[in-house]
Design a protein around this ligand. Structure first.
Ligand code: HEM
Length: 274
């Protein structure tokens, strides 16, 4: 994980190139702040009860797939899943800051290894919870998040393979893809809360946590960020003025929506529980 960098070294010329860099950096700053609000919630809600009561601390939490009497392995999976989320949600954005990578390379490497291990363990624990205990939502939701879990495992292996072989350019790409899929749960919350705020929840059946919008979001939570990332790579590799401007407009609209979602998730889900 030693070569993560966003919006640095973009080839191309002129205003379009600058606009791509500024829009991507603006997206990143908003996403990083949103991640750290979610991190504050994770630290405040999950850490104190589990630190003081062990697995019994899961009992009082709002987690339908959280605590089951006498199921040690499943309870351990649930506890480690929510605790490891702190490394993934808190550490992911830090890995993408070029200044941290260049000024504190040892910290970047240490955090990169921790992030990789946390993402793999958390994905395995999440898959175990979904398919042995069930959770809210229908089959489409379960399939959507499970594919995300599989992609986390695949991208983690590919990022590690290229890092060990010192293929730094490829490693950077796989590490960025890993960030997008490991943060899918954050994109999901932000995407859902933004939608609820703007439309009142069209296509969402709140009682069963199913419906067309949730089916869409179950896959879009990582496919859309991955598609935008591939487009960003394309803007870097084969810069063309029109393509770059289209990317800028699309990312600016998505960033606007993301900011609405961050506000709605912070006010509706995270800050009230601190
Ligand atoms: C690796 C990135 C992931 C992170 C950072 C993460 C984070 C979290 C957090 C913070 C919660 C607590 C819910 C909340 O209060 O908002 C949670 C719950 C949960 N997650 Fe994840 N998650 C990740 C990936 C996954 C994957 C890949 C799966 C399944 C394949 C999964 C399945 C679950 C389940 C089943 C719950 C419990 C929901 C319930 O109690 O019904 N997670 N996750």
């Amino acid at each position: 994980m030693s070569e993560l960098a966003l919006a640095s070294g973009m080839p191309g010329t002129g205003l379009a190139k600058k606009a791509v860099t500024i829009t991507t950096r603006t997206w990143f700053v908003a996403a990083a702040l949103g991640h750290w609000i979610f991190l504050a919630y994770i630290l405040a809600v999950f850490f104190p009860p589990i630190a003081t009561q062990g697995l019994d601390g899961l009992r009082g939490l709002h987690l339908p797939a959280g605590f089951r009497e006498g199921e040690f392995l499943g309870n351990l999976a649930a506890a480690s899943h929510v605790l490891l989320a702190a490394i993934i949600i808190g550490g992911g954005p830090l890995q993408l800051v070029p200044a941290i990578r260049t000024r504190f390379p040892a910290f970047h490497r240490w955090l990169g290894r921790s992030y990789l291990v946390a993402a793999v363990l958390s994905a395995v624990a999440g898959l175990y919870m979904v398919w042995t205990r069930g959770t809210v939502g229908g089959l489409a939701g379960h399939l959507g998040i499970s594919l995300d879990g599989v992609l986390i495992l695949v991208f983690a292996v590919l990022a590690l393979r290229d890092a060990m072989a010192r293929r730094i350019r490829q490693h950077r790409r796989w590490a960025l893809r890993l960030f997008m899929v490991a943060s899918a749960v954050w994109f999901f919350r932000v995407g859902l809360m933004g939608w609820v705020m703007l439309t009142g929840g069209v296509g969402v059946e709140f009682k069963t946590f199913t419906g067309p919008f949730l089916t869409f979001l179950g896959f879009a939570q990582y496919l859309l960020p991955l598609a935008m990332l591939e487009w960003y790579f394309r803007c870097q590799a084969r810069p063309s003025g029109a393509g770059q401007w289209l990317y800028v407009v699309t990312l600016a609209c998505l960033t606007g929506y993301m900011c609405v979602g961050i506000f709605a998730a912070a006010m509706g889900l995270w800050l009230p529980r601190l």
